[in-house]
Design a binder for this molecule. Structure first.
Ligand SMILES: [Zn+2]
Length: 293
């Protein structure tokens, strides 16, 4: 039996990168917040299924709603970091990024009452030009990162990077990298496990993809979702056409699909997948892909 990783990026509907520029950060506090109610909804879904997950919580959310973070931890879930300000890494200097992840870690550890080991960047924004972020994360005490998506996409991705969790050595030390799941078809890596790919495509795509990763590769899949993705009633913001399509489509179907997914596969927090990574194996050796680092 393969145990897959379940993860939630805890942010509000107005934090999403698609709306960057539309909602200035100094207006965040003036908007109707729905993150607590939506996260509670997810906590109920996981509780019903008897599943624990990893919640990558935005530091800004932890600062506004520390009780939410405490509740996530009290229910047995792993609390991890989504950074403080939801700025894309390639829009930050290394010094600003360091402040951002340090502030988030301190807020989260204080609210959760336990150590925070994991990080996921806003919009998977660790790309070939921002690999320095990995050194910052190691130096700031993070033990794993889940930000490198091995696909081609307009905002993120390192297409040739390994598809399964691996030890990533850097000058400053090492961490475990936990990529979101893809299936390999021909020369392409296709995303199969979460977010827009879960909402926009039929559920059968996700089920097929995770089953294939588990059965053929004998590896865990890494799945992700956001609290706003189970909230069809969220206020509508005016993004471009593509952004609106990606953000609003099938919001009313996500919770039912998630319940089905939890029924079809086994899931645990990301830290459990990290614990299973063979730290002695050379990184990327099982992928058959060029090793980029
Ligand atoms: Zn995010």
């Amino acid at each position: 039996m393969i145990v897959n990783a379940m993860s939630i990026d805890v942010e509000d509907y107005f934090h999403v990168s698609v709306f960057d520029g539309l909602v200035p950060r100094d207006r965040w506090k003036t908007l109707e917040s729905r993150v607590c109610a939506n996260t509670e909804r997810l906590l109920r879904v996981f509780d019903d299924a008897g599943v624990t997950a990893t919640f990558f919580v935005l530091g800004w959310v932890a600062e506004q709603y520390p009780a939410l973070v405490a509740r996530i931890a009290a229910m047995g879930h792993e609390v991890a970091s989504h950074g403080y300000s939801h700025r894309l890494i390639y829009d930050q200097t290394p010094a600003a990024f360091r402040q951002d992840v340090r502030r988030a870690k301190a807020l989260l550890e204080s609210a959760a009452g336990c150590r925070v080991d994991g990080f996921r960047a806003p919009s998977y924004s660790i790309t070939p030009s921002t690999l320095w972020a990995l050194d910052v994360l190691i130096e700031e005490g993070y033990r794993y990162d889940a930000s490198i998506f091995p696909i081609r996409h307009d905002r993120y991705g390192i297409p040739l990077s390994p598809r399964h969790s691996y030890v990533l050595p850097r000058d400053s030390g090492s961490l475990v990298e936990v990529p979101a799941s893809t299936v390999r078809l021909g020369s392409l890596n296709l995303p199969v496990a979460g977010g827009g790919y879960f909402r926009l495509l039929p559920y059968s795509w996700t089920r097929w993809g995770i089953a294939r990763i588990n059965a053929r590769e004998r590896r865990p899949a890494v799945f992700y979702l956001h609290p706003w993705e189970v909230d069809p009633g969220q206020p509508r913001l005016q993004a471009g056409l593509l952004g609106r399509f990606r953000h609003y489509r099938n919001l009313d179907k996500t919770e039912t699909r998630l319940r089905q997914l939890l029924d079809d596969f086994h899931f645990a927090p990301v830290r459990q997948v990290v614990a299973g990574v063979d730290t002695a194996a050379p990184a990327g050796s099982d992928t058959g892909l060029p090793y980029l680092w």
